[in-house]
Design a protein. Structure first.
Length: 634
């Protein structure tokens, strides 16, 4: 590696038995002093760690004994803190616990400098053979190999995404970062989910949960440092990228998710499997509720794959693999669809609502809808089974269309209870959609529910000497449209349900391009500035999340719809194209600018100045910026 900026490296090495052999700081290119550590593992045999450099390096190390990897940062920080207090220097202690299974090396040097680190296993061979292997893994030999791999990556990147004529070099670089980190975040997790037991269940005991079966999950993650676990609705967006890189990886991941389905057709929406995942989540959020869903975004990928086969985007071998997978997965996809279509149905035909909202909350301004994936996005003020959630209705139309396409592909017997075509026809009925969700005077789509706008958080003395922000309702709620314009309002547009010649389409374009509603110079905000909930905290400790900031997954879907309508015959095609071009340019510029300023893709972006917010190193659905660059839409 060649370092040209401020540098301090900590290299961790997991081992079953290891010890430090050398910490010589000069002439590290010589055979004698290049060997840092050695040890043995049952799976790879003897191993050695070599450091090769012509520089004079400052080296420190510590060895730790721990059953987990997720607490390594805490161990290192504690060690460094002790050294700072003792010596006033930020360096490791040059010591090791008995039988360490993790060694951490700290290398410090003035820039610029070059150093190579080589790990070789199976080292019970002649010294000359080890030297030969180290030589191949360092210096000019390594540089040549890395350059070859870089060339391979660049060629495949262009073949998969075809952006050479669409982007400036600085944008192309960020696109490569997006896909590389998305792929690098894929991991294997193993453990047991905790499933909440209903209060009226005879199984309910001291713990109030039961354990799911021991399960494995191969999946991408939103952010390995901050969210090292699988999220059901995130994963559909992840796979829109991954199938374009390697469809076999995509199918493997989808298969793992479907294998987590229980006999009712339910999949836990968060997969907290193993100690790493558990370490990043408060205990109260670990248990999953079998009555609660999550957007079935895996159908986005399935629709893409079916469309790709129809348009001959895949090789014969790839198409055969996709067809074989869908045939094997059909029984699970069918059960998954039926679970949503029965458990999440509303009172009116063609209506659905997200279960899991708490109608007893006293500290939330608006009861959260975590199951929708949009968390604190404002819904009806008083949760009830009278609700009609617009986004879930549109997700169900997507699912029904996919199931219909699969049954046609395999010529399945369409029994009455499996007539996905009739469900799709019902949910795509434009007049029915408008009757249930459109406010004709405003020209916007809304949720429906038991609602009042006169709700606020007020400081109350809850017990002696303790004041808390408590929800205060100043008006009796009534069944009505929930008058908040935001991402949910655009779901019929994102689903391309609106006819291309409808005045309602023109109204959606008005809302999108209006700077007091959606439009910013950095992307479309999640909630209109005119909303009473815009940038309002939901509790004393919960800042606004989906109440203003810009999110890439929703902007991607909106761009997909704009791109679609710009190519449809109708009175709004030219305007859709202008808005599409401006929005696409704004999103790409802002993500690229933030990356070059901070070195990260971010969870969300501030709607006022475009600054990255939330979790950094968020190469989950923020990586969809690459598909926006490539103009590759679902």
């Amino acid at each position: 590696m060649e370092v040209t900026g401020p540098f301090k490296l900590m290299c961790k090495l997991i081992n079953e038995s290891g010890h430090v052999l050398s910490l010589a700081g000069d002439n590290l290119d010589t055979d004698k002093n290049s060997l840092l550590a050695s040890g043995s593992r049952s799976d790879i045999g003897d191993w050695q760690l070599h450091l090769k450099s012509k520089e004079v390096l400052e080296l420190h190390y510590s060895g730790f004994r721990t059953p987990h990897i997720h607490n390594l940062s805490d161990l290192v920080q504690h060690n460094l803190g002790a050294q700072v207090r003792k010596f006033g220097q930020m360096r490791l202690s040059d010591s090791s616990e008995d039988s360490p299974n993790i060694l951490v090396f700290q290398i410090s040097e003035s820039i610029p400098f070059k150093a190579d680190i080589a790990f070789v296993s199976g080292t019970k061979v002649k010294t000359s053979k080890v030297k030969e292997r180290v030589s191949r893994l360092t210096g000019a030999s390594l540089t040549s190999l890395l350059q070859d791999k870089q060339t391979e990556f660049d060629v495949k990147f262009e073949r998969c995404f075809n952006v050479a004529d669409k982007l400036e070099p600085d944008s192309t670089f960020v696109g490569k970062v997006a896909i590389a980190n998305m792929l690098g975040g894929i991991g294997y997790f193993y453990g047991q989910s905790k499933i909440s037991i209903p209060e009226n269940s005879s199984l309910r005991g001291h713990d109030n949960f039961i354990s799911y079966w021991p399960a494995e999950l191969y999946t991408a993650v939103p952010s390995r440092p901050f969210f090292p676990r699988g999220f059901l609705w995130d994963e559909g967006f992840h796979q829109l990228l991954i199938w374009r890189w390697d469809v076999h990886i995509c199918l493997d991941i989808i298969g793992h998710w479907l294998d987590l389905m229980n006999m009712d057709g339910w999949i836990p929406r968060e997969q907290i499997l193993g100690s790493e995942a558990l370490s990043k989540l408060p205990e109260e959020f670990v248990a999953q509720y079998p009555s609660n869903g999550n957007p079935p975004t895996l159908y986005l990928v399935i629709r893409d794959l079916l469309d790709g086969m129809e348009k001959n985007k895949f090789t014969a071998t790839e198409s055969k693999g996709i067809t074989s997978f869908l045939e094997r997965a059909f029984v699970r996809l069918e059960a998954w669809f039926q679970w949503y279509n029965t458990t999440q149905k509303g009172k009116e035909m063609g209506s659905y609502y997200w279960h899991g909202r708490d109608n007893k909350v006293t500290r939330e301004l608006n009861p959260q809808t975590l199951t929708s994936g949009l968390d604190d996005y404002p819904r009806a003020s008083h949760p009830s089974d009278e609700e009609r959630h617009l986004d879930l209705r549109c997700w169900m139309l997507l699912a029904a269309n996919c199931m219909q396409s699969i049954t046609q592909l395999f010529k399945k017997d369409n029994k009455p209870e499996k007539e996905y075509g009739s469900t799709a026809k019902l949910l795509s009925n434009f007049d029915m959609l408008n009757q249930m969700h459109l406010h004709p005077l405003v020209g916007a789509y809304y949720d429906f529910g038991n609602h009042t706008e006169k709700v606020r958080l007020s400081w109350k003395e809850t017990r002696v000497g303790t004041r808390e922000l408590v929800r205060e309702v100043l008006e009796q709620p009534v069944p009505r449209f929930v008058p908040h314009i935001g991402y949910v309002s655009l779901f019929p547009f994102m689903g391309k349900i609106i006819p291309s010649d409808s005045w309602i389409l023109g109204k959606q374009l008005d809302l999108i391009s209006n700077s007091t509603v959606f439009w910013t110079d950095y992307g479309l905000r999640s909630l209109s500035k005119t909303s009473s909930m815009y940038m309002k905290r939901n509790t004393e400790h919960d800042p606004p999340y989906w109440r203003g900031p810009i999110w890439m997954n929703m902007n991607y879907m909106i761009l997909s719809a704009l791109y679609h309508y710009s190519k449809e015959d109708g009175p709004y095609s030219d305007r859709a194209r202008v808005i599409y071009d401006d929005l696409r340019g704004n999103l790409i510029r802002n993500v690229v600018r933030n990356y070059h300023q901070t070195g990260f893709l971010w969870e969300q972006y501030d709607q006022k100045k475009g600054k990255g917010k939330g979790a950094r190193l968020f190469t989950g659905w923020t990586s969809l910026v690459l598909l926006i660059m490539a103009e590759a839409y679902t």
